[in-house]
Design a protein. Structure first.
Length: 416
């Protein structure tokens, strides 16, 4: 492949085709090698890298971070979108307050004029963000340790946010979307689910109808052992039978003995069950053997994931981690013949989009992921809204994340 600056075709597509030709696992290494060499060289051919609508970055052996902006924000949930107040003390305390926990947005300004954006998970993380920022400032990101889960940053707790920002920069420098750097686009669009917390029967039916109106085909919601879950699921199934349900019990039942009688009453209601009791592979296997409902597991680490695969303890996996880690463990799911979805902590738009890029770079992430929050929070802080069509988000073709922050909105929700 040889693309000159005068060639006005879709270079991003050409790069993706080249990634198929050289092998997806080798593509990222060759792409980085091309930048280091003073441009982009794939398969021995020089490439002028520029996606449609993007400004070409100057060829460089270095991408040095000159300035880092950090915004601490709190974006509240819209009124009434998470829990039904009538449930009172039955509501999980975490669900009642999690939107009050701050998040940090990071903007890395590089010496080539490009900006990479990242977002942390929830938490008081100012010290960790500051330490990683100090480490990165003045550093060439091409010298980072990409084989290290935390990129070699001193504080691993916020390294995933910096990973997003670094990959946003790299994608912009090469003119390709992040999912291409993660191994290639296996999916043009990613399935997503609507989400809500703990609800009364009537409220859950109303949310289910709203989800369908907004273009979703799946609804995930929370439940606990004390909830009267069977009539709740039955009410939704009767009202909106075409809508798939995911019921996340957050391991609130003690064991299969207490849960199986409840689960059998929900057979045939178009749902999945997630984490009903503490994870013991033999318990989950018993549940699969006795109940005709797909069982989803959120593994807490690779050893638990491998044990569940060996024992055929689940039908579906809820996976997470930083982008590179997610792609790796999604490969494990693919090898085991298990579908997965990308989990989320009800994030903001930048982190949501990073999850979608990771999902698009896998074959196995085909179950609707709970990776969108624009319908839950007052804002996702993005300049351009995300669109859901028939339960899918089409992946952006622009470079990097393919989205940008609305800085006016960011400053509106900024806190000290």
């Amino acid at each position: 492949m040889n693309v000159s600056p005068s060639h006005t075709g879709d270079v991003a597509d050409a790069l993706r085709q080249e990634a198929d030709g050289v092998g997806r696992r080798r593509f990222f290494g060759q792409a980085l090698a091309g930048v280091v060499a003073g441009g982009a060289f794939l398969h021995g051919h020089p490439v002028a890298v520029m996606a449609a609508g993007a400004q070409p970055a100057p060829a460089t052996r270095r991408i040095v971070i000159e300035q880092i902006d950090v915004f601490k924000v709190v974006v509240p949930m819209l009124p009434g979108v998470v829990n039904s107040e009538e449930l009172g003390d039955l509501i999980d305390p975490v669900l009642a307050t999690f939107d009050q926990v701050p998040k940090f947005l990071i903007r890395l300004h590089a010496d080539n004029g490009l900006i990479g954006t990242g977002e942390t998970g929830r938490g008081e993380l100012a010290a960790e963000v500051a330490e990683n920022s100090a480490y990165l400032k003045g550093r060439n990101i091409l010298d980072l340790d990409f084989a290290n889960p935390s990129l070699g940053l001193p504080q691993s707790r916020t390294s995933d946010a910096f990973e997003i920002a670094v990959y946003d920069l790299l994608g912009k420098a090469l003119g390709v979307p992040i999912h291409v750097l993660l191994g290639g686009r296996f999916q043009d669009k990613v399935a997503v689910t609507y989400w809500t917390g703990q609800r009364t029967d009537a409220d859950l039916v109303a949310v289910a109808r709203l989800a369908v109106e907004r273009g979703f085909t799946q609804l995930k919601f929370k439940a606990r052992r004390l909830d009267d879950i069977v009539p709740r699921v039955r009410a939704v199934h009767r009202a909106v039978p075409q809508l798939g349900l995911t019921v996340d019990f957050n391991r609130s039942y003690e064991n299969p003995t207490t849960f199986i009688p409840v689960a059998k009453q929900m057979e045939g209601m178009n749902l999945m069950i997630e984490d009903p009791f503490p994870t013991r592979p033999e318990w989950l296997r018993e549940l699969r053997d006795k109940v005709k409902i797909p069982i989803a597991l959120t593994p807490r680490g690779v050893p638990e994931l491998m044990e569940a695969i060996k024992m055929e303890a689940c039908d579906i996996l809820n996976l997470g981690g930083n982008m590179r880690h997610f792609v790796k463990i999604a490969y494990l799911a693919e090898a085991a013949g298990i579908e997965c979805w990308h989990g989320s902590g009800v994030e903001l738009g930048v982190r949501d989009m990073s999850f979608l890029h990771a999902a698009a770079a896998t074959r196995s992430c085909t179950v609707p992921s709970d990776t969108l929050s624009f319908f839950l929070r007052e804002s996702d802080l993005l300049a351009t809204p995300v669109k859901v069509v028939d339960g899918f988000v089409e992946m952006p073709r622009g470079p990097g994340l393919g989205v940008e922050l609305d800085l006016d909105k960011v400053r509106h929700y900024q806190v000290s």
